[in-house]
Each structure stands twice: as C-alpha cells, then as structure tokens.
Design a protein around this ligand. Structure first.
Ligand SMILES: [Zn+2]
Length: 498
C-alpha cells in the first residue's frame, strides 16, 4: 500500500511487556522507530500522542481519548503505533469503541509490521484483525453493543463536541452533557414550530429571526434544522453510528467528507444527560416528519456532475441539487429566502455552453500575444481596486456624517451594513481579478484551451463522478444568481476557470 504523503498521528504507549524500563525511555525509543518508518514511507507526522498514564481503561488514557476524537473527526489518514495491542487495550467493549472509530472514519492503522484498513470489509487484513480479537470475542462485542452497553457507549459519545443546545459537563468522574439554556430554547421552538405544521425552511427562517446561531455556520438552514429534529439526543438518548466518514478518493470525492447514515443503521440507547424536549413532542414531530417528503440524503456518493462547483453569488454558500417527486432535480441555495432556484438540467447545460463559448474565444485570441491578454486583466484589476478605494472612503465618511447629525443611528447602521457588504463583495472581486492575472502569467492559454476541449468531448460518455471530475479539472467555481419570480432560464452564471 502506498502511504506516501499521508497525514499521520503517532500514538505512543508503554506495554506491560516493557516493564523493566522507564516510560520516558520506552516512549522515546518508539518515537524514534516510528519516525524512521514514517520517513522511509513518506508519511507526514502531524501530531504525536504520548501516553504517560498507564491505565488499562479508556478513561484512564487521556491521550487515547483525544486521539479517538481526532480520528472520528477524520483529521488523519493513518495512525502510527508500535503494534495493534497499544491501541486496543482495555475491556472488550472499549476495544469495540476504538476499532469502530477507526473503521467509521476510514483511518488506517499503521504498524511497522502491518497496515490495517478497517473500513475495507473485503480486505483480508480486516479478517485478520477479527481473528486478532478472536471470532468469539468479536461476536460478543457486537452483541453487547447491540443490547446496549449504554454506559460505555454514552461515555464514548460525550467525548465528542456537545450538540446544539448542550454543553459538556461532568457528573462525578463521568463525562456527560448539561442543558445550555440560551440554545436549548431555540431547540424547543424548532420542535414546536415543526409539530405545528411549519416546514424546515420556515422553521429555520423563524429561529434565525429570533437570533439563533448554529455552532459552525452563520445561520440555520433546512438541513441543520432537520438534523436537530431527527436527533434523539434531545430526548436524552445517545446515538451510535449516526455518521460515516467517506475517505478521500472513494465514491468520486476529492476530499474527506462526513455523511449521515440512514436511521436504520443507528444504534439508539439511553444517555446520562437530561432531555430538552418531551417524549410527546418528539413523537409528534416524528409522525409529522414521516408524512412529509424529504429529499434524498447525502450518502457520500457524487450524484451531481456539478457537485461542489456552484456557489450562490448572493450569500457565497454552496448551491445544492435536490430532487422532487414531481418536477425533477433543482439547484437550490440552502439559505432560506436567498436566491431563486433553477432546473438542474438548465444549469448543467449552461455551464457546458459557457465552456464551449470560452473555448471559442480562446481559440480566436490564441493569435494575440500574452502581453496583450494580460493588459486587459491588469485594467480589470486596476478598476476593481479603484472601486474598492472609493467604497472604503465612502465608509469612512459615514462616521463624519453621523457625527454631523446627518443620520440617525439606525440610518447609520443600515448604511454601514450596506457599505461593509459592498466592500466585502469588491474584495472578493479584487481577489478573483488578482488570481486571474497571476494565473495568466504562468498559464499557457493554448494548454487551457486543449483541456477544455477534452472536457467537452469526453463529457457525454462519462458517468456522474467522471463528469464531476472533468468539470473540476478546468473550473475552479461557478457563481450563480437568479432573481425571484423570473423565467426558468433567467439565471446568470459566472464561470471561473482554474
Ligand atoms: Zn444564497
């Protein structure tokens, strides 16, 4: 297996067999051995987790817990350790948790002797791993997990980040969650609104208006609301196996992504933390949800030739492809009330049409010198910079005007917000113009034209991930806009080439 350029974590731990030596001695020797192995195989070591504590249980091994959290987050391609034993000590159920984290995130376990890929069920090495645990033990782990060794699984979940509405806490020595009221009230509102018949888009809009802010995004979207409504954590349960990690380079994905598993695959058990919504409200929401059409979930397969390429010019977010039982596929901005959507097929056709047009222009311009072409780009960059300077001056003047009493504070805020938005947009355009020029200076137009020609020729014969890869080979992104209540084909695309 080619391990070159993989991002790796190193886990160091003294085993019982090495009792004669001090922890420091053992760890530094292992660090050296693994460092040498990494260098020989071109592996990049990103982080080292030296375990100084000597406990057998997972909770007596703080570095292991941190490592597991980072492995689950998909931070590494592989983890280097002296042998399998170092990772999977502890009780059987804890071994199950450790192995599951590696399996679900597709992280390899690399030992000087052998490389284990737990995500690849067909892998013979995986079979060997099962024997490592012995078939019987493995069965017991699985069975116990199914029956619900609640405590241990729950603890495992509490190690990760707290879901919206909760904060991490401890009861005694056990990690758990406590209700975080400033967020929890929005969770209750979401459930109540949905049970009252509002759709996810409308629920998102209403809680955003009330001031709710999710952890990792600017606003709630229909997807993030749906995830909250679907998550049994809010009735005091913990869910195991809710997410899968799709490794880079599989199913047509260019990078590592996380997807939600279908509910049938979840393992739901009682947790230690308090519920935010009542069982009654939860059941009502689930009943409403079952009766509604829900667009297909992302299972990590590239289903759209335009995946990852189209951005909303209005909000900068990624446009998504959604299919509806009637009317087929649409391209939609996930931010409620943002851009109008368009038929997917129209956008795909337009992207290809734009490429063809660009190719035609390039072929015509091939006669011009590089210097002539660059002059046009330089002029464009200069004019954006002039606009930007003017916008910044206008913004500075606002302070004088408000001091002079020309505006009320409300007016001032509105104008300031507008000025900031304008500057942000100009900064984006400046960056684009600058990179276009930089690119033009290194890039050979004839080669670019040839690349586009190949894309257009091969596109019809490729499957969906193949189409996506072709487009990504020449396009860096496409900005999309469409005003509300306009004709189906009245959208505008700005295709930026690589
Ligand atoms: Zn948008």
């Amino acid at each position: 297996m080619d391990l070159s350029n993989m991002a790796a974590a190193v886990y160091l731990r003294k085993s019982r067999a090495e009792d004669g030596l001090s922890v420091e001695e053992v760890l530094s020797r292992h660090r050296e051995t693994l460092g040498r192995y990494a260098a020989e195989h071109g592996i990049r070591i990103v982080e080292t987790y030296p375990e100084v504590a000597s406990g057998e249980s997972l909770y007596a091994r703080p570095k292991m817990l941190k490592l597991l959290e980072d492995v689950e987050a998909g931070n590494y391609d592989c983890v280097l350790c002296m042998d399998m034993d170092r990772l999977s000590r502890g009780s059987m159920r804890e071994q199950g948790i450790v192995l599951e984290a590696f399996k679900a995130s597709g992280t390899l376990i690399v030992t000087p002797e052998k490389v284990y890929d737990l995500a690849d069920e067909a892998d013979e090495e995986y079979a060997e791993l099962k024997t490592f645990l012995s078939r019987r033990e493995y069965k017991i782990i699985n069975k116990r997990l199914r029956r619900g060794l609640q405590q241990s699984i729950a603890d495992g979940c509490y190690v990760a980040n707290a879901p919206y509405g909760y904060r991490r806490a401890r009861t005694g020595r056990k990690p758990t969650l406590e209700i975080y009221e400033p967020e929890a009230r929005f969770v209750r509102t979401m459930f109540e609104l949905y049970a009252a018949g509002y759709g996810c888009v409308s629920v998102a809009r209403q809680v955003n208006a009330l001031g709710a802010r999710p952890h990792r995004a600017r606003e709630f979207s229909r997807n993030s609301v749906k995830k909250i409504l679907d998550n049994p954590v809010y009735i005091g349960k913990v869910v195991w196996n809710q997410k899968s990690h799709i490794r880079k380079g599989t199913r047509g994905n260019g990078k590592h992504i996380t997807v939600y598993n279908p509910k049938e695959k979840w393992l739901v058990v009682d947790g230690l933390h308090p519920a935010i919504v009542s069982r009654e409200l939860w059941d009502k929401v689930q009943a409403v949800s079952e009766g509604r059409y829900c667009p297909s979930r992302n299972d990590g397969t590239v289903k759209s030739p335009l995946a990852g390429l189209i951005l909303c010019e209005n909000c900068g977010g990624h446009m998504q492809r959604l299919t509806f039982p009637k009317g087929g596929a649409y391209l939609i901005c996930m931010r409620p009330g943002c851009c109008a959507s368009a038929k997917y097929a129209f956008v795909e056709e337009r992207v290809l049409g734009t490429l063809a047009e660009m190719l035609r222009e390039m072929t015509m311009n091939l006669s011009g010198t590089k210097a002539e072409r660059n002059t046009a780009l330089e002029t464009a960059l200069k004019s954006v910079r002039a606009e930007l300077a003017a916008a910044e001056q206008a913004k500075a003047r606002l302070y004088d005007l408000v001091e002079a009493g020309a505006y009320s504070v409300t007016e001032f805020r509105e104008r300031m917000d507008r000025a900031k938005a304008r500057i942000a947009e100009l900064e984006r355009r400046e960056e684009e113009a600058r990179t276009a020029l930089e690119r033009a200076e290194r890039w050979d137009i004839a080669r670019q034209a040839a690349a586009i020609r190949t894309v257009l020729e091969e596109y019809p014969s490729r499957d969906v991930p193949g189409k996506n890869a072709l487009l990504k080979s020449v396009i860096s992104c496409v900005w999309y806009t469409k005003a509300k209540k306009t004709k189906p084909a009245d959208f505008h695309l700005r295709v930026l080439l690589k």
